[in-house]
Design a protein around this ligand. Structure first.
Ligand code: GAL
Length: 990
């Protein structure tokens, strides 16, 4: 056959000579060794800008490629210096550059030509060449002869090269095209990368070979026994052979080796009594071993598959695993790494899976394409539920700048797209069907509704009734609502979710995407997770998303869309992860881990109530560490061993010492691993709960100091035996605070009404509504100053705000306790937008570069992101407090602060103490407007000072989405009511 470049633009031609998809089992030869030969590594490479200028004839055996570059396979062209990189979200990458309609292919179409010379020896019976993933379309030649053509970037393409491969030297030539008709259905929100991005390998198959395996485990109704069904497809030599089946579990053989005659298609069933069931909580796996034995009695090959017994089904409109209502505490996961793009390594996948387990994430949606096989194996072994998503997204064909406009949607009802779409479903299902971790097949993402996707869903149901089918897109086109077995939405607000659940729902509900984790986000997440206990049909959600898709070009800087002169681009929208593109957990993880924990732990002073929310596992292997803190310091610790079965709640008495001394107490209870597991060290905390109480009483007062004052024309000085404070009239506050020869105030404190906008703030155009507060923050003026000299002198400043009639006041009283007592009052006024923040900012020399505080932590937290924070005394450097958001923004806040000390390396600095209500504290190396204007961290100016914020209140960060969702009302800061802040400050450590 002669290859035809016209296939690129033909939606009906998506595979030429490609073999049918098969299961991802690994066959091994008898004895040692492997049937597989990897072709990964360095390949010769040449880039062409477009189809017309691509090399032709390069596939010939004698072609001289000595002048060619080299490229690493697997990997991406753009990430190895070949061709421009581009990030777009929903729009097509050529939008506005070339006017196209499906299935047309743009002129600008990078072509990568690849050559790999290799030696091959010892041909058995059949040799199969497999490409695990090539983006987005490619032609293959072996030794100068055309082998085949394939599309679908994320499932394997297999070709039979038995007749073309030679003993000795061989030459494989591949031409990869950036764009094809498939590009219309690969419009995922990701970097548009090109290349041989997954492994390439040969399999040298014996005549008697297991081509395909389909394992199902049909459990009886009380789960006491199962029928293990094995459907096999074999290649058979004329003389036939035998198949031997055995099954072993952790305690040894479960099925004795059993033999039968081999045939091309086999359907076997075995009774297994009392199987240990698979779940994410207890990922019990069995080794299924299949040995193929030739007519001569010699083993031909063996296959060992790790299989799990489990039953997933819909019972009374609720999804059940092994008879229990399942909850997905999920994330969406793109294959991603800052340097490698989607060509992630085994180590990176392993890191991801361990991270999920450590942070109570029990489910992953493989957004928006099938992942590498090894990822599914890890999920089987570690215990992660999967929605396996087909490689289908045609977002730009029906949604234009957020508006639904499906006049030329693909695939819609278009018959010419049916086969390629169903093929994607088949390629995924056939490869992945034996993984117990996969509970749900997903038809893809955001491709509108219609007949084609409905047929795809029916393919899943027909071929694999043991799983359910997911598709969110019917939300926009209800004609084929049965495409999805569950109601799946993205970014529905908590109230919208409740509306569905209260309106006679006919399907269970999941959020396939929620909590848009872009920048400083994930506020209000508990408003979703709280629904789990309120509605039986609410079965959880998948955070958008796991990892920032930011690119590190090699200079250590994380770049986003648009930073490569890529246009059009959707800029920052690629960075929405709870971990950075370098796999550093962001502070958002603290909240996710807490809200996804499997135990509710509610201590009081006398007892602790623990609810085990697991479906299958008890508290065995966990101990309860009980700690009593007084004013942040540990005063008592003990360890208990609760025994609480899955689904049960127990009340355990706590024998804590009596809290007699006045002070603030916290009872903290943490369930921790007794022993190391596959995914965490011994002692790892899996769940936490705390209770606070106060024992009232008088605190001993320090001996009063004598104060002297000095009234100048414009300054007012107050001196104690070892401290001096100077208050300025024109500069609106204290301009100096000195002790031990050190100056603690670089500039006088200023009121703050503005926080550096977060990604969510920008997305909802918060600035447009709230700009008066930015103006107030920047340009307020000092009004009258009143100085009352006396035993404890008081200096009262009044301020006027541009365009706003209310006049806040800040009062400083120098106390005989050696501290300066501050109140800042905002009187409240009608007709103003809500306040982003109200507080006072202090500016200290950059040498005061660390802090220690007693409040909620250890990580950054906000009023709507507090469930994961706990009371304690925590330390950080000011530099560390600048959270690793790719776009600088508000970060580092700590709610509930009782005291905070901002000091230098010798412990000298200022100590701030709350008077009455705790404050919100922050210390950052940059000012509000510096953070607001920088678009990348390296645009921030050199660090010259430490900016300390002591705030009465800051609004929450929100996170329902990043394109308009408001912060929930209970976490906003009303401006019509008075706000007041009271604290004191004084030097410490001198
Ligand atoms: C969804 C989409 C995701 C992502 C998200 C915004 O519509 O499925 O892939 O683009 O919006 O970050």
């Amino acid at each position: 056959m002669t290859p035809d470049i016209a296939w690129l633009a033909d939606s009906r031609t998506f595979a030429v000579n490609r073999l049918p998809a098969v299961s991802d089992h690994v066959a091994r030869p008898a004895g040692d060794g492997s049937l597989r030969q990897s072709l990964d590594g360095a390949w010769a490479f040449a880039l062409a800008e477009d189809v017309a200028s691509r090399p032709q004839g390069f596939e010939a055996r004698g072609f001289d490629a000595s002048g060619w570059a080299t490229i690493e396979v697997p990997g991406y062209m753009q990430l190895q210096g070949f061709g421009p990189n581009q990030y777009v979200n929903t729009q097509y990458p050529w939008d506005g550059i070339e006017h196209l309609r499906p299935p047309e292919v743009p002129e600008a179409n990078l072509v990568g030509s690849y050559i790999r010379d290799f030696t091959f020896a010892g041909k058995k019976s059949r040799v199969i060449l497999t490409f695990d993933g090539v983006e987005t379309a490619f032609f293959v030649w072996l030794n100068g002869t055309f082998v085949g053509y394939a599309e679908d970037s994320f499932t394997p393409s297999r070709f039979d090269v038995t007749d073309l491969i030679e003993e000795g030297d061989n030459r494989l030539a591949v031409q990869v095209f950036q764009r094809s008709s498939a590009s219309w259905i690969e419009d995922q929100d990701f970097w548009r990368l090109t290349g041989i991005s997954r492994s390439v390998w040969l399999e040298n198959q014996p005549a008697l070979h297991l081509d395909d395996l389909f394992v199902t485990t049909d459990l009886n109704d009380d789960f006491s026994s199962a029928s293990l069904r094995l459907r096999l497809k074999l290649s058979l030599p004329g003389e036939g052979g035998k198949v031997e089946v055995a099954l072993s579990g952790s305690d040894g053989l479960v099925l004795e080796p059993w033999q039968c005659e081999a045939s091309a298609e086999m359907d076997l069933a075995f009774d297994v009594a009392g199987p240990e069931l698979w779940s994410a909580e207890a990922p019990n796996l069995y080794d299924l071993s299949l040995t193929l034995i030739g007519a001569d009695g010699e083993d031909s090959e063996t296959v060992t598959e790790r299989i799990g017994f489990r039953r997933f089904e819909m019972i009374d409109k609720v999804m059940h695993l092994n008879g229990k209502r399942i909850i997905f505490n999920g994330v969406n996961r793109h294959d991603f790494d800052a340097r490698r793009g989607r060509a992630v390594t085994y180590e990176q996948m392993l890191w991801d899976v361990k991270f999920f387990k450590q942070n109570n994430i029990n489910a992953v949606r493989t957004c928006h394409y099938p992942n590498q096989t090894v990822f599914y194996r890890l999920c089987d072994e570690y215990g992660i539920y999967l929605i396996d998503e087909a490689n289908l997204e045609s977002h730009g064909s029906w949604q234009k700048d957020g508006k639904v406009e499906p006049s030329w949607v693909v695939p819609g009802d278009r018959e010419d797209w049916q086969d390629c779409v169903t093929d994607r479903a088949r390629s995924m299902l056939e490869r992945d069907k034996n993984h117990p971790s996969i509970l749900i097949w997903s038809c893809g993402n955001e491709s509108f509704g219609g007949k084609v996707i409905y047929e795809m869903s029916q393919f899943f149901r027909d071929r694999d009734p043991s799983r359910l089918v997911h598709y969110e897109g019917v939300f926009h086109d209800r004609r084929y609502d049965d495409t999805s077995d569950m109601e799946s939405r993205m970014y529905a607000k908590p109230a919208d979710v409740e509306t569905y659940l209260n309106d006679n729902p006919q399907k269970p509900f999941i959020l396939c995407e929620y909590m848009h984790a872009m920048g400083n986000s994930c506020g209000g997440m508990h408003l979703y997770t709280d629904l789990v206990d309120q509605y039986r049909l609410y079965q959880g959600g998948f955070i958008w998303d796991y990892i920032d898709q930011a690119m590190d070009d090699g200079d250590g800087r994380l770049r986003l869309g648009g930073d490569f002169s890529d246009r059009p681009s959707d800029y920052e929208f690629c960075a929405d992860g709870i971990v950075t593109a370098r796999r550093e957990p962001s502070p958002k993880v603290q909240e996710v881990k807490a809200l996804y924990q499997s135990f509710d732990i509610a201590p009081s002073a006398a007892e602790v109530i623990i609810r085990n929310k697991n479906l299958f596992v008890s508290t065995a292997g966990l101990s309860l560490a009980v700690t009593l803190l007084k004013d942040g310091a540990v005063v008592f610790e003990t360890v208990m061993t609760p025994e609480i079965a899955a689904g049960e709640t127990a009340t355990l008495p706590l024998a804590l010492p009596e809290a007699a001394e006045p002070g603030e107490y916290a009872v903290q209870c943490a369930l921790k691993l007794d022993e190391a597991t596959l995914w965490a060290e011994a002692g790892h905390e899996v769940a936490f709960g705390e209770h606070m109480f106060t024992v009232e009483g008088e605190k001993p007062a320090p001996a009063p100091v004598a104060l002297t004052t000095s009234r100048g024309d414009i300054n007012f000085g107050v001196r104690s035996p070892d401290m001096f404070a100077l208050f300025s009239e024109p500069f609106g506050g204290p301009v100096s605070l000195k002790k031990g020869g050190l100056e603690f105030l670089a500039r006088p404190p200023r009121l703050t009404f503005w926080r550096a906008m977060t990604d969510n703030d920008r997305g909802r155009q918060h600035g447009f509504e709230h700009a008066v507060w930015q103006t107030a923050h920047l340009y307020y003026k000092r009004g009258p100053v009143v100085i009352a000299d006396g035993d404890e002198p008081v200096i009262r400043y009044r301020f006027t705000l541009p365009g706003i009639t209310v006049e806040p006041e800040v009062t400083y009283r120098v106390g005989r306790d050696g501290r300066i007592h501050v109140t800042a009052d905002f009187p409240g006024a009608e007709g103003l937008p809500e306040l982003p923040i109200f507080g006072l900012q202090f500016f200290m020399d950059a040498a005061f570069d660390r802090f220690r505080y007693y409040g909620l932590g250890p990580d950054e937290n906000y009023r709507d992101r507090l469930r994961g924070a706990r009371l304690g005394i925590f330390e950080r450097t000011v530099a560390e407090n600048l959270s690793p958001y790719v776009v600088p923004q508000e970060c580092g806040n700590r709610v509930g602060t009782r005291f905070a000390e901002v000091t230098d390396g010798e412990g000298r600095g200022l100590r701030f103490e709350a008077e009455g209500a705790p404050f919100e504290f922050n210390a950052l190396p940059h000012g509000t407007m510096e953070l607001e204007t920088a678009t990348r961290p390296w645009e921030l100016p050199p660090v010259t000072r430490t900016v300390v914020t002591i705030a009465a209140k800051q609004m929450g960060v929100g996170g329902d989405d990043s394109w308009g969702a408001p912060v929930h009302p209970q976490y906003r800061v009303a401006s019509h009511r008075p706000l007041s802040l009271a604290f004191s400050f004084a030097p410490v450590g001198v």
